[in-house]
Design a protein around this ligand. Structure first.
Ligand code: FES
Length: 281
């Protein structure tokens, strides 16, 4: 059964929003879960985190960045086009409950998956402090949406074009050093950012959760592609996560495994661009 694209827009350069008609997935979707999609019969399977869902409308919204062939192909599709497969919701829902003060940290495209969690923590009665960051102001995602579900919102940009000139970790550190009583930190973004957040919160012994975006194939615990090391135990991000205790994650292994197919990814992307542009090289 094909899944219709109802909406597609480029939110900021290289980052796209796509709303898909998928009533069965939307019916069960929870913050923290993901889907695996395939564009067509020759397409690879890619996991994308659910950024939003509407059960009544029967839709799932995803935000993705063009990083390889499949995401470039996805970005070329338009409203009215269809995806061949759209499987989900997969993974475990985020652990949302009333804890007190929760700090939600989203870096780059990681702001998209942190949004439904921020909203859920807000609706569960927590005091919500959000920190969103990007390389530059024009790459900042969903400031308005995040502000609407946060008691405090901090913005950081690497180049200082908006908010704090620096990194999201600077704000986390400042809050902790100022004695803000934080019950939980949730960070989603590039692995290097999540590792840095874990490094900041560890000395303060603040529970810190990250969502691991390891390579996935089946998304159901059978292939082992998404293997991660957490507290010296092998876990599968797709069925054991994707949330894990940040202080126990082996981020070096995660980053090494994410880099394994980069040369092939680069070749596939170049070939795809050549095919699209009719280049004869
Ligand atoms: S994606 Fe295959 S085991 Fe997780």
């Amino acid at each position: 059964m094909p899944f219709e694209i109802l909406e597609k827009q480029e939110l900021v350069p290289t980052i796209y929003l796509m709303k898909i008609s998928a009533p069965r997935v939307a019916k069960k979707a929870q913050p923290g879960q993901f889907v695996i999609l395939r564009i067509n019969e020759k397409g690879e399977r890619i996991p994308l985190t659910i950024a939003d869902f509407d059960r009544e409308e029967g839709t799932i919204t995803m935000i993705f960045q063009t990083v390889g062939k499949t995401t470039a192909h996805l970005a070329s599709l338009r409203a009215g086009d269809e995806l061949l497969n759209f499987i989900g919701p997969l993974g475990n829902p985020a652990h949302i409950q009333k804890e007190g003060t929760v700090v939600l940290v989203g870096g780059g495209v990681g702001v998209a998956p942190i949004f439904p969690q921020t909203r859920a923590f807000y609706e569960a009665g927590n005091r919500v402090i959000s920190i969103i960051g990007a390389r530059s102001a024009n790459l900042l995602l969903w400031e308005d949406r995040m502000r609407a579900v946060s008691h405090e919102l901090y913005i950081t940009t690497d180049d200082g074009t908006k908010g704090h000139h620096g990194f999201v970790t600077d704000i986390v550190k400042r809050l902790l050093e100022d004695g803000v009583n934080i019950d939980r930190v949730v960070a989603i973004g590039p692995p290097v950012m999540m590792r840095a957040v874990a490094g900041v919160t560890r000395p303060f012994n603040v529970k810190t959760i990250v969502s691991l975006n390891s390579i996935m194939v089946d998304g159901t615990g059978m292939c082992g592609a998404c293997r991660v090391l957490v507290g010296n135990e092998t876990k599968f991000a797709c069925v054991d996560g994707s949330e894990f205790d940040a202080h126990l994650v082996d981020f070096t292994l995660l980053m090494n495994r994410l880099a394994v197919y980069q040369p092939e990814e680069k070749i596939a992307l170049e070939r795809y661009k050549c095919e699209r542009e009719g280049c004869l090289c």
